[in-house]
Design a protein around this ligand. Structure first.
Ligand SMILES: Nc1ncnc2c1ncn2[C@@H]1O[C@H](COP(=O)(O)OP(=O)(O)OP(=O)(O)O)[C@@H](O)[C@H]1O
Length: 259
């Protein structure tokens, strides 16, 4: 796991993105260049409005840049999307309340025409992976917010995506739930090995999870620092009390000063 890979899996060069047209343009992203390696866990970190979601949507092919080039595994984001390379987890889990948990997880497989037996097998595997095997036949509304987000993660992993894009997935949870989900996400990631791009405005969350943190500054959104996180893996809850952990948080906080 980590950064030891050949060609970068995601390459952004000189990416800019403006919203709107005419005199009212908002420059959300201003000439951002960065590379993300295969199997790497990176965070996009910054205050509200710095363009984190925009950047994630550009990678996901949900938006087109106004300038610059973006490559995913050597191809365009469109080709990557059509090749099912992405799993996406949004801030709000967007589950279907009338479908049991197992059928929420298998929805993408159903849409792709995967047979029932295979779908059932995958649901069992994925729910075990996110620690929800016992909840397969519950409905989403019977689960806590954290459990619902675990269902959304299982669903995002159902097509075995090479790249997992996560947009502030735990921001609606309390501090305890968020820390637990951070640890669970790392345990899932260590098993699936996807490249993860994780959007957050929490410095401790970015430090705890990532191999590298891309720090963004707002108005317009620019890349202001790239911080390596050399904490060993697997990361444990005890590491949150480690001076090295606090040191990295302070270092990133300092990089915001003057922003
Ligand atoms: N559809 C849109 N039309 C016009 N401006 C937009 C649109 N979406 C985002 N913006 C603007 O682009 C900038 C970046 O927004 P973006 O949502 O990417 O930031 P963010 O860092 O994800 O913020 P947050 O943490 O609040 O979600 C902001 O100034 C925002 O107002």
């Amino acid at each position: 796991m980590g950064q030891a890979a050949a060609a970068p899996e995601i390459e952004l060069s000189g990416i800019s993105m403006s919203y709107g047209s005419g005199g009212a343009d908002v420059l959300a992203i201003d000439r951002i260049s960065l590379n993300i390696n295969k199997g790497e866990f990176v965070s996009l970190l910054g205050p509200s409005g710095c363009g984190k979601t925009t950047l994630l949507r550009l990678i996901a092919d949900l938006l087109q840049p106004t300038d610059g080039t973006l490559k995913v595994a050597g191809a365009s984001p469109r080709e990557a999307r059509l090749a099912q390379k992405y799993g996406i987890v949004f801030q709000n889990p967007v589950l279907y309340d009338w479908r049991k948990v197992r059928y929420n997880v298998t929805l993408p497989l159903e849409l792709m025409g995967v047979g029932k037996a295979k779908r059932e097998e995958r649901a069992e595997e994925l729910l075990a992976l996110v620690g929800l095997a016992a909840f397969a036949d519950k409905y989403p509304w019977q689960l806590s917010g954290g459990m619902q987000q675990r269902v959304a993660i299982a669903r995002a992993l159902s097509m075995e995506p090479e790249i997992l894009l996560m947009d502030e997935p735990f921001s609606a949870l309390d501090e305890f739930g968020r820390e637990r989900l951070n640890e669970e996400l790392l345990s899932v990631w260590s098993k699936v090995g996807s490249t993860v791009v994780f959007v957050t405005h929490s410095i401790p969350e970015a430090v705890f999870l990532s191999d590298r943190v891309f720090v963004l500054s707002p108005h317009p959104g620019r890349l202001s620092a790239v911080v390596d996180i050399p904490l060993p893996r697997p990361r444990t809850s005890e590491m949150r009390n480690d001076p090295a952990f606090f040191g990295l948080i302070a270092h990133i906080r300092d990089s915001f000063e003057g922003v």
